[in-house]
Design a protein around this ligand. Structure first.
Ligand code: S3P
Length: 443
């Protein structure tokens, strides 16, 4: 796969649409595969991660196809009726895909083996297996709880009450999806609320899911097991985690004025918007509306002066995937930006905290860090750039440094662009359409 380089430009301009939300897309395919009838999904992200989930659902008996009009149709099998896949399921780079699927199959009387790429194969899976074992599910995993993993689904599952030990929507979702085929009530308690797309979509398909406040800010979620899920149309909003890249690119590239249309603004995902506003960003949300059950809006950003801030740690779950590109933004702001509560960044597609520290330092930015925090000394203008960044199979690290290169003093290259296709196919072309200069270079 080619290496890419971003050459500094000025004045990004235009209105764009970014691809569909990755979290919502995975869930749409999984729940429609369990529903009775045909679900039509528009706006599905056709990134590699989501295509792996589509393939997995096919291998378990669902009929998944794409129509000529770009809408996907899924004919489901019904809760409890997933078929045993005939082969190992390769989930590539997709952490959400594999963790949610482990939950989905955990209470079906089938055996499934999951594998993934080098990045996914070093990510912790015990956080999912622990609560799922309590349903009666058995696992064999590589040393340290790593993929490849074989799931032996519980033939006679019992419902579970699980308190989350890490703020993870993936773990929560795995438990709820397992609860679908367990009798009685499955309960999840989150001390810090995380994205609630699973709960929203379960309700959309007709399941009984009740979310109540939990003392000191969290939530308790109760799912009544063995519902009949009924096929329904789904519209996937544009992914705010993808929109984050052109948003920050426009903020830091002088003379820019960019609008990203119909971006999903679920409050449990939109922490970046608040944070950028705290930094003084000229960012407005226009045309706010509800589409397919999720709030969406057009985000307009203009380049301008930014200031360093302290980002509150309690905001982390609502912007966990945006810290890499936020730290790029912080490098251009005047003053220090302090980000805390970042422990989860260490176990994403790469160790994102280490990747940002190393990459920013290579680009001439002063960064201090600890196990779960990072401080970026903003330059109040463009950092030097001029580095080539090893992206280590991490799409968000790749895109973050290309964004930095759009506005640095010297071009910034990434060693391998392949990972970008997991979540944002067409990223470079879309950015170049705004006036960026992201081009292939010899690796
Ligand atoms: C996701 C949850 C987050 C996020 C990931 C998508 C999801 O992971 O980083 O990109 O769709 O549930 P964790 O739940 O592990 O924090």
């Amino acid at each position: 796969m080619p290496a890419l380089r971003a050459i500094p430009v000025s004045g990004l301009q235009g209105r764009i649409n970014v691809p569909g939300d990755k979290s919502v897309s995975h869930r749409a395919l999984m729940l429609s595969a369990l529903a009775i009838g045909e679900t039509r999904i528009s706006g599905l992200l056709e990134g590699e991660d989501v295509l792996a989930t589509a393939e997995a659902m096919r291998s378990m008996g669902a009929n998944v196809s794409k129509d000529d009009d770009g809408v996907w149709t899924v004919a489901g099998v019904g809760v409890g009726a997933l078929a045993e896949p005939a082969a190992v399921i390769d989930m590539g780079n997709a952490g959400t895909g594999v963790r949610l699927l482990m939950g989905l199959v955990a209470t079906h009387p089938i055996t499934c083996t999951f594998t993934g790429d080098a990045s996914l194969s070093r990510r912790p899976m015990e956080r999912v297996m622990g609560p799922l074992r309590r349903f009666g599910t058995q696992f064999t995993a590589r040393e340290g709880g790593l993929l490849p993993i074989t799931v032996i689904g519980a033939a006679d599952p019992v419902p579970v009450r699980a308190e989350m030990t890490v703020p993870s929507a993936q773990v929560k979702s795995a438990v709820l999806l397992a609860g679908l085929n367990a009798p009685g009530e499955t309960v999840v308690i989150e001390k810090e609320a995380t994205r609630d797309h699973t709960e929203n979509m379960l309700r959309h398909f007709g399941a009984d899911v009740v979310t109540e406040p939990w003392p000191s800010g969290g939530v308790q979620i109760t799912l009544t097991g063995q519902p009949v899920l009924t096929a329904t149309d789904i519209h996937v909003p544009a992914d705010i985690s993808s929109a984050a890249f052109p948003i920050v690119a426009a903020l830091i590239t002088p003379g820019s004025d960019v609008t990203i249309e119909a971006v999903g603004l679920n409050p449990l995902r939109a922490g970046l918007i608040e944070t950028l506003r705290d930094m003084g960003a000229a960012l407005t949300v226009e045309n706010e509306r509800v589409e397919g059950g999720e709030p969406v809006g057009d985000i307009r950003v203009k380049a301008g002066a930014l200031k360093g801030i302290d980002v509150p740690p309690e905001r982390a779950p609502s912007m966990i995937d945006e810290y890499p590109v936020l730290s790029v933004c912080a490098a251009f702001a005047a003053g220090t930006t302090r980000m805390t509560g970042l422990a989860e960044l260490r176990v994403k597609e790469s160790d994102r905290l280490a990747a940002m520290v190393d990459g920013l330092t290579a680009c001439g930015v002063t960064v201090r860090f600890g196990e779960d925090w990072m401080e970026v000394d903003g330059l109040g203008g463009a950092p030097e750039g001029g580095a080539t960044i090893a992206v280590d199979l991490d799409h968000r690290i790749a895109m973050s440094f290309l964004v930095l290169g759009c506005a640095a003093k010297k071009p910034v290259a990434i060693d391998d662009a392949a990972a970008i296709a997991t979540s944002f196919p067409g990223f470079a072309e879309l950015m170049n359409g705004l006036g960026a200069r992201i081009e292939e270079v010899d690796a």
